[in-house]
Write a protein that binds this ligand. Structure first.
Ligand code: HEM
Length: 438
């Protein structure tokens, strides 16, 4: 029911309009607003929109979990839509619900465990490259290597045998621009559009061949049916596949990039991770779901990396009806800004928030129990990331294998600066010096 204007509980905030976007100035602005006004800040944007920055852990949970149906995706998603079409990340309402139900089964743990072999072989490829660099006494560009690793991995998991048959022909990978270009501008939008034709051709060839025994995301998406037995149209399928490529590679690549930087600067964490990898994995060819699940410390390292450097550092919603959170009301049409980056570094919730300390996530001694953490790198609730488990598998396979073979040191002392675009990246490449362990 709409709330009368005069009884609406409105959060404090500045009177003058503010320019907000998904950019570095906005991070500075929101951090300052939080200091001045508290965890919920009401504001008007320079283009005249009512907006609210919410940094209260209970409100964030309420909004994303219990009351998620009162919100749709907010500002900034028009830009993402140009890139991804109307795939899962962007769609709302019944379109989103239908697609999510059709796609969700592809992400069952049982299915994802069948992809561990691909993950291991991609990590082996990185290992071979680092081996050559170590032998030659050269440095490596970890940022670039993590992009290439994650991109190849997601493409192989989606396209299976067609990765080598139709995508990487000779040395040419038509998706390479994604790992080489950090901008997500119009040029990239056009390049993504060009790849749709290629994907459609692969789909047609698949359908003609009738590869019934293929096991990859493409085969699962092709077989998906809604409750009336209807499949995805070509356009829907293309939007969902492009979404999967972009969502599935950039976030994991960014996390691994920061993880290697943090490991190179925290030798005690590196040592504990190494000890665990040796005891859980031993021989890498035996890497399986159990040994990966046993790597509890690796999970903590990654969770702590995602606390400090959440790739999706800022995201938005728009209230589709009047809604009430704990202490304040949100009028219909209000743009909501949520920042895992700001909340994860809030002293109110985390002791020494800027310190890298994987012990915080220890199942025995950690500060918070799972499910109660003021922590949402993958969002929360029904729209929580579909690839969370996949990304931990991929990142644990990668770290487990490579930490046993290489000790890394920083090639320069400079701490990488933040590049705050749609994803949080390092503004320059992280350059490390690999040293073979044995
Ligand atoms: C470290 C890795 C990752 C992080 C931090 C991450 C983060 C997120 C976040 C925050 C959202 C929600 C955005 C919003 O609601 O506005 C999201 C959604 C999504 N992610 Fe991820 N993601 C990661 C990896 C992946 C991977 C590997 C895949 C696929 C293989 C994936 C697929 C998706 C999809 C399909 C959605 C849309 C879900 C929906 O709305 O139903 N993500 N992710």
């Amino acid at each position: 029911m709409p709330l009368p204007e005069e009884t609406r509980r409105i959060a404090p905030g500045p009177k003058q309009p503010l320019a907000v976007g998904i950019d570095p100035d906005t991070l500075e602005c929101f951090s300052a607003l939080r200091q001045q006004y508290g965890n919920v800040v009401n504001l008007t944007t320079s283009n005249g929109r009512k907006a609210c920055f919410i940094n209260d852990a209970t409100d964030v949970r309420k909004l994303l979990v219990k009351q998620h149906a009162n919100y749709k995706k907010g500002p900034g998603f028009e830009r993402v839509k140009m890139l991804l079409g109307n795939g899962l990340i962007v769609s709302d309402g019944t379109t989103w619900r239908r697609s999510r139900r059709m796609i969700q089964p592809a992400f069952s743990r049982q299915n994802l465990h069948r992809l561990i072999e691909i993950m291991t072989s991609c990590a082996e490829k990185t290992s071979a490259r680092w081996e050559a660099a170590a032998e030659a006494g050269e440095t490596i560009d970890v940022t670039q290597d993590m992009s290439e690793f994650s991109l190849e991995l997601i493409l192989r998991c989606i396209f299976g045998v067609d990765y080598e048959r139709s995508i990487v022909v000779g040395d040419q990978n038509p998706f390479e621009f994604l790992s080489k270009e950090s901008a997500r501008d119009l040029r990239v939008v056009m390049q993504v559009r060009d790849t749709r034709e290629l994907i459609l051709r692969i789909i047609r060839e698949r359908q003609e061949r009738g590869d019934d025994d293929a096991f990859d995301f493409l085969s699962m998406y092709l077989a998906a049916r809604d409750k009336d037995g209807v499949r995805f149209t070509d356009k829907e399928l293309l939007d969902e596949l492009i979404t999967l490529i972009v969502a599935g590679y950039e976030t994991s690549a960014g996390t691994l990039n920061w993880a290697w930087f943090l490991l190179a600067t925290h030798p005690e964490v590196e040592q504990t991770l190494l000890d665990e990898a040796k005891s859980c994995l031993g021989n890498t060819s035996e890497m399986d779901q159990q040994s990966i699940a046993d790597m509890i410390y690796a999970q903590q390292v990654l969770e702590e990396t995602l606390r400090l450097y959440p790739p999706v550092w800022l995201f938005t919603r728009r209230a589709s009806v009047d809604d009430s959170l704990v202490n304040y009301d949100m009028a219909e049409g209000t743009d909501i800004y949520l920042s895992p980056y700001v909340l994860h570094r809030s002293e109110e919730y985390w002791a020494n928030p800027d310190q890298f300390n994987p012990e915080r996530f220890s199942p025995e001694t950690g500060t918070y129990k799972k499910g109660e953490r003021p922590y949402f790198p993958f969002s929360l609730g029904p729209r929580r990331c579909l690839g969370e488990y996949f990304s931990f598998l991929e990142m644990k396979v990668h770290l487990g294998l490579l930490i046993q073979r290489f000790h890394m040191t920083l090639a320069s002392d400079a701490e990488p600066a933040l590049d705050l675009g749609i994803n949080l990246r390092t503004s320059e490449s992280v350059i490390l010096r690999p040293e073979r362990r044995i």
